[in-house]
Design a binder for this molecule. Structure first.
Ligand code: GDP
Length: 198
């Protein structure tokens, strides 16, 4: 699939403010700084669509980007695991994310982003477990693969799979990406196209 156009539509502080339409949504989430904005800009080939390197934790907003005149939305969810957030904001975040992920009927699939360089982190593994418990359809996207050589990247992915298989019977779809080098772009977009036309 090619993205012919991508347009910022709205930032919502509450799920109830999200677009009232039946356009399918593909959501992206991950720890702050995982490279989510960079990935969205890479996928859409729009440099400034999602804002990169914003000071994390300030506002919690769900951003909708309308792709190919309404074929689907890319939804940018707030990053999690930002330590400096206070308890109140962490609660607010939890409530917002849960109500979007569990009850947003338009959401077809959630892409969970993980920085390929890191060892499996507790916060991501816990989040994965929660997705599993709730039957949320998701895929894993490893980011920043250019920061490692291809062999090292592959080793990291294999290690992550092994850790996942300690808890999961089967693996989710896995993508290895680099926003810097546009790695994984075609695979990820083709995957979206496939499920979007099912
Ligand atoms: P977000 O907080 O998850 O939206 O992360 P950003 O997209 O703002 O990226 C966080 C930092 O990682 C920035 O300094 C980016 O330039 C850098 N970054 C993001 N993606 C890549 C990538 O694929 N390769 C490299 N080398 N750096 C990246």
């Amino acid at each position: 699939m090619e993205i012919k156009n991508a347009k910022y539509e709205i930032s919502s502080a509450k799920v109830s403010q999200c677009p009232d339409s039946n356009v399918p949504e593909y959501a992206f989430i991950g720890r702050s700084n995982v490279g989510k904005s960079s990935l969205i800009n890479m996928l859409t080939k729009s440099r400034g669509l999602a804002k990169t390197s914003q000071k994390p934790g300030k506002t919690l907003l769900i951003n909708h980007f309308r792709i190919n005149n309404g074929e689907f939305y890319i939804v940018d969810l707030p990053g999690y695991g930002y330590a400096a957030r206070g308890k109140a904001q962490r609660e607010e975040f939890k409530e917002m994310i849960e109500s979007y992920i569990l009850y947003r009927e338009q959401m077809v699939l959630l892409f969970l982003l993980i920085d390929i360089r890191h060892e499996p982190q507790k916060i991501d593994l816990q989040f994965l477990e929660w997705l599993g418990e709730n039957g949320v359809p998701f895929a894993i996207v490893f980011t920043k693969s250019d920061k490692l050589g291809p062999m090292a990247a592959q080793t990291k992915v294999e290690h992550y799979k092994k850790v996942l298989l300690e808890h999961w019977e089967e693996l989710p779809p896995i993508f290895v990406t680099s926003a810097e080098k546009s790695t994984g772009r075609d695979d990820l977009l083709d995957y979206i196209e496939r499920i979007n036309t099912e």
